[in-house]
Design a protein around this ligand. Structure first.
Ligand SMILES: [Zn+2]
Length: 490
């Protein structure tokens, strides 16, 4: 099966080897696409309905899987807890038994000779938000707003993850509805449609709807769509300008335009007691920015607001390149059931942070650029200095493996892994610029890494990354990598 390249070929193989015995030749072609239909009935309902319909009915049994983790979350979030009334329907209209696995996020569907036409379930978003204390990990439903993280509501039929997906979203009739898979301003028509290359892309998208959302389109080299829901005073135009500037700077830093449009889904919320706010989450070509209202952009914003907002946008936008388009061991292929052990979160979060930060610094006057950069580097050193001794004694690969599960839950792991990665990147950049008399910088290395990734479609080994950086800049960075891979305290 490994030799087969196309998703279609893979699906055919799965169908043959797993699902269907001898009489298969008489059966219609296997399912090669999957239709998702998401419905929200309207005010007062705290649940959404999801229907999954394979292009052709599937022979039982099949498994429905609902995610327990997501790319770049570095955590365990059992979204299957919020799926209710999981049902399946057979070709002849009968309800088929769906049995949840006692331990995993899977439902076994059917066991006899049924053919499964469609699977349907509800997701209790109200309960999700009650139980999940990290705002950025939960979807939301308000009186005039619904904001859904793809992976928190969309499950998949095991074996069909590679199949192309069509999505139809329906909300109340007069509501605007947006899928970030199809990022454009939508009128109040209560419906949106979109396509995705496969389940992973669908799961890493978002759905936003409701009269409480303010949309802005800001065209550019990469078009920007703002979708802002605010429970406080927010100047959406000023916010959009900041996001536009951040996206331009990040695009300029990496140099290419790997996607046509980027969506900022911004939530400015009145905090619920005991819940955490102010984390953001990157997606394939969009970001969820789930902040408390005190971070709104308005006439009362503090002096440093624009700068810190630019940095936050740039950080998450940079993730659309690092690690979404170049990544190290463990990030992909993605496993939606268990958090993957990732050896190179220092690249995702340290190098990614460095690129986003540097992109913003590049737009500052020379003096300010220097002092801002020095401040940032000093902050990273402080994180290292203030870490508990047991973290200081961890080599970087081990710290990254720990952060694979605990990044935000125990932010000491998250902060130390990004700080060490940032400082490694900064040292490389300084060294490259010094040795080439400013002819080259780490920016050239990022571009070479992206080219390598586009050609190879796989994770790099650290040695490969080091070689590509050295080669593309004519500066040997092996010693710098070796130094930072060790624990700061021996
Ligand atoms: Zn990040």
């Amino acid at each position: 099966m490994r030799l087969m390249r196309s998703p279609k070929a893979l699906l055919v193989a799965l169908f043959w080897t797993v699902c269907v015995p001898a009489k298969v030749l008489a059966v219609p072609a296997p399912a090669i696409s999957v239709a998702y239909h998401l419905r929200y009935a309207g005010v007062g309902d705290s649940r959404v309905i999801v229907q999954i319909t394979p292009e052709n009915p599937l022979p039982a049994p099949v498994s429905l899987v609902i995610p327990r983790t997501y790319p770049g979350g570095y955590s365990f979030v059992p979204y299957d807890d919020f799926a209710e009334e999981v049902r399946a329907f057979s070709l002849d209209g009968k309800i088929i038994e769906c049995k949840k696995d006692a331990d995993g996020p899977r439902w076994a569907i059917g066991h006899g000779s049924e053919r499964i036409l469609r699977i349907e379930y509800r997701v209790n978003v109200g309960r999700m938000e009650d139980r999940i204390r990290s705002s950025v990990e939960s979807s939301k439903i308000r009186k005039n707003y619904v904001g859904l993280l793809g992976y928190s509501v969309f499950g998949y039929i095991d074996g069909l993850q590679a199949a192309p997906v069509s999505l139809r979203v329906e909300g109340p009739q007069d509501w605007p509805v947006l899928s970030t898979l199809n990022p454009r301003i939508v009128g109040p028509k209560g419906m949106a449609e979109a396509q995705a290359a496969n389940y992973d892309v669908l799961a890493d998208s978002q759905v936003v709807m409701g009269p409480g959302v303010q949309f802005r389109e800001l065209p550019g080299k990469i078009d920007l769509l703002m979708a802002v829901y605010s429970e406080g005073d927010e100047d959406v135009d000023a916010e959009g300008k900041l996001a536009r500037e951040a996206l331009d700077r990040v695009q300029e830093y990496f140099g290419d335009t790997p996607f046509k449009a980027y969506t900022v889904s911004l939530e400015l919320l009145q905090p619920h007691q005991g819940h955490d706010y102010d984390f953001s989450q990157e997606h394939d070509s969009s970001g969820t920015f789930s902040l408390s209202v005190e971070h709104a952009t308005n006439a009362r914003s503090p002096d440093n607001h624009n700068y810190s907002t630019l940095l936050n946008y740039a950080h998450h936008m940079a993730h659309s390149w690092v690690p979404k388009r170049v990544w190290g061991v463990g990030y992909r292929p993605f496993n939606w059931e268990l958090p993957l052990v990732i050896e190179t979160i220092w690249f995702n979060e340290g190098f990614g942070r460095y690129a986003g930060t540097q992109a913003i610094f590049d737009g500052l006057p020379a003096e300010e650029r220097k002092s801002r950069r020095n401040q940032m580097i000093a902050r990273m050193h402080r994180i290292l200095d203030e870490a508990p001794a047991f973290i200081q004694r961890m080599p970087l690969t081990l710290l990254s493996q720990e952060a694979s599960f605990l990044y935000a839950a125990d932010f000491r792991t998250g902060m130390n892994v990004f700080a060490r990665g940032f400082l490694m990147a900064a040292e490389m950049d300084d060294c490259i610029q010094a040795k080439t008399g400013g002819r080259k910088s780490l920016r050239d290395a990022f571009r070479a890494l992206l080219d390598w990734s586009a050609a190879n479609h796989r994770a790099f080994q650290v040695e490969e990354m080091t070689g590509i950086i050295s080669q593309s800049t004519d500066v040997d960075v092996h010693e710098i990598v070796e130094h930072w891979m060790k624990a700061p305290v021996g």
